[in-house]
Structure formats: structure tokens, C-alpha cells
Design a protein around this ligand. Sequence first.
Ligand code: NI
Length: 156
Amino acid sequence: MQYPEKLSILDRTFNIVKDYAESFPSELTTEKPNEKAFSANEIVYHLLEVEELWQHRLHQLLSEEKPNFQRINPDELATTHHYNERNFQEGIHEWGKSREDTKELLSALTDDQLSRKGIHSHYGEMDVYRIMDIIAEHDLQHLRQMERTLTLVQDR
Ligand code: NI
């Protein structure tokens, strides 16, 4: 089973994003490339919110028969939850704690629980392994976004 390996990937991708975020120039963390695009701060709080969303979905997976996972609107949440007014370092810290909770939840699953499936309106049917892949890829996707964001906000 490739399970312990997948758990360690969730550590690695988290740490790469965390290291990059911590090295982000502090005076630029709330700078948005344009009105719509996320600042580094908004990216961090998006990662935290999505982490909590996956935890919620994992609980659904365990307690419901083939649950439907609802999509969220990241732009709307960034505005209604005032991501950019929140503290950057605290966001990184909170996300780290939340990632630990995710790993704890995942590492306690039995073989039976690991094979349970839910349905995502965009990704389709998925089990826990697929969810772990999506979380890791999502980390890296937002790492690339943070890199692009720095390039855009430091040159003006
Ligand atoms: Ni995202």
C-alpha cells in the first residue's frame, strides 16, 4: 500500500509552500497583482480554508454513503472572510496546525474506511487516496501562484 508514502508527500508539499511563504517579503504579502488575483496572504488563507474543507469532506466520507462534495467559490470566500485583513504569519501557523489534523485523521483510517468513496462535482468519484493526491497537487498549484504573485507585485 502506498499510504505512508502519500502521507509524507503531504508533509513535503506543505513544507515547500510554508518555506516559500515565510521567505516572502513581509511588506508585499497583502499586495494583489490586480483587483481579483490573490495576494500571498489570501493564498495562505485559501489554503487554510481548503484544508478545513477536505477535513469536513473526509468526515462526510466516513459517516455518509457516497456523499456529494460541494464546490466552494474561493474568490467569494476570500472577500466574505476578509483574508487580506488577517495576519500572514498566523495564517501559515494555523494552516500548519490544520495540516497536522488532516494527517492525524488520515493516519487513523482503517482499510475499509480508505476504500469509501465520495463524489465531487468537478473531479468525479474519489477515494481517500485520490483526495490526498488532490491536496498535494493543490499545495503545489498555489506555490506556483505565490511565485507568480511575487514577480508581479515586486516589479512595480
Ligand atoms: Ni485553490
